[in-house]
Design a protein around this ligand. Structure first.
Ligand SMILES: [Zn+2]
Length: 249
């Protein structure tokens, strides 16, 4: 299984990164986790504009799904011809959210480009060669963290989440834990929305995750501080996600 970071900026795009989007490849199948605003640019570098075979959206905040709205045009009107229907798995309101984000007139176009598979509770789905366990995590809207297995390897993706047991369960013994670290330790952060670097590391430690990849850092944050806080807590391999970095898992 190969992971490529497409976009990793938290909340809004940074000067050199779009928002959350991660490409997982196995056996020639390409699954995109989240399609945050500003991520479609790097997607073209990561796998080509029409590369994805399926999409899984963690939640309906703009920095995790909004580029899927404009990506509709790329697949419908590509000069090489219309791309195959793209399966999209995501929270129960994903179809309505995309229509609202675009405005009236996109309804029929969406159905020419995507097949929607809404999810309304914890479950495990099969997406190509991937087994994807979706589990609700702590965030102000319906949000699914993920535990993804293929070819005997496993990664976990926190999505956006405050501290919770569900995250630890998803990350148990995984080969790589892709975990958000939006907040800075020491700041007066509100509860139940996001994690700091130290909190991400605490979950990785408790879950005995083999590697920790911090992501969703907010562009006005301090990556040096975030990774230092994580390394104080977790002895394993810790990195901060950067666009187009790849990891063999
Ligand atoms: Zn969010």
């Amino acid at each position: 299984m190969k992971l490529t970071v497409v976009g990793c900026a938290g909340t809004f795009p940074g000067p050199s990164s779009g928002c959350s989007s991660y490409l997982l490849e196995h056996d020639g199948f390409r699954m995109l986790l989240d399609v945050g605003n500003g991520s479609t640019g790097a997607l073209q570098e990561a796998c080509g504009l029409l590369g994805p075979d399926a999409v899984v959206v963690s939640h309906l905040h703009g920095d995790h799904y909004l580029d899927l709205v404009t990506y509709t045009y790329a697949r419908r009107y590509h000069p090489d011809g219309q791309a195959p229907l793209l399966p999209v798995y995501g929270p129960s309101a994903i179809h309505d959210a995309m229509i609202r984000a675009y405005g009236k007139g996109i309804d029929s176009l969406l159905d020419e480009v995507y097949t929607f598979h809404p999810v309304d509770s914890d479950r495990t789905i099969e997406v190509g060669p991937f087994e994807v366990e979706l589990r609700r995590v702590i965030h102000p809207v319906e949000t699914y963290g993920m535990r993804i297995t293929a070819g005997g390897r496993t990664i976990a993706y926190s999505a956006d989440s405050g501290a919770c047991e569900a995250l630890t369960a998803l990350a148990r013994d995984v080969d790589l834990f892709l975990c958000e670290a939006s907040y800075l330790d020491g700041d007066d952060n509100p509860p139940n929305i996001h994690l700091t670097g130290r909190e991400a590391a605490e979950h990785a430690l408790k879950a005995q995750s083999h590697r920790l990849l911090l992501t969703h850092l907010v562009p006005w944050g301090d990556a040096t501080r975030t990774i230092a806080a994580a390394k104080d807590t977790y002895d394993g391999d810790v990195h901060v996600a950067k666009p187009l970095d790849s990891y063999e898992i």
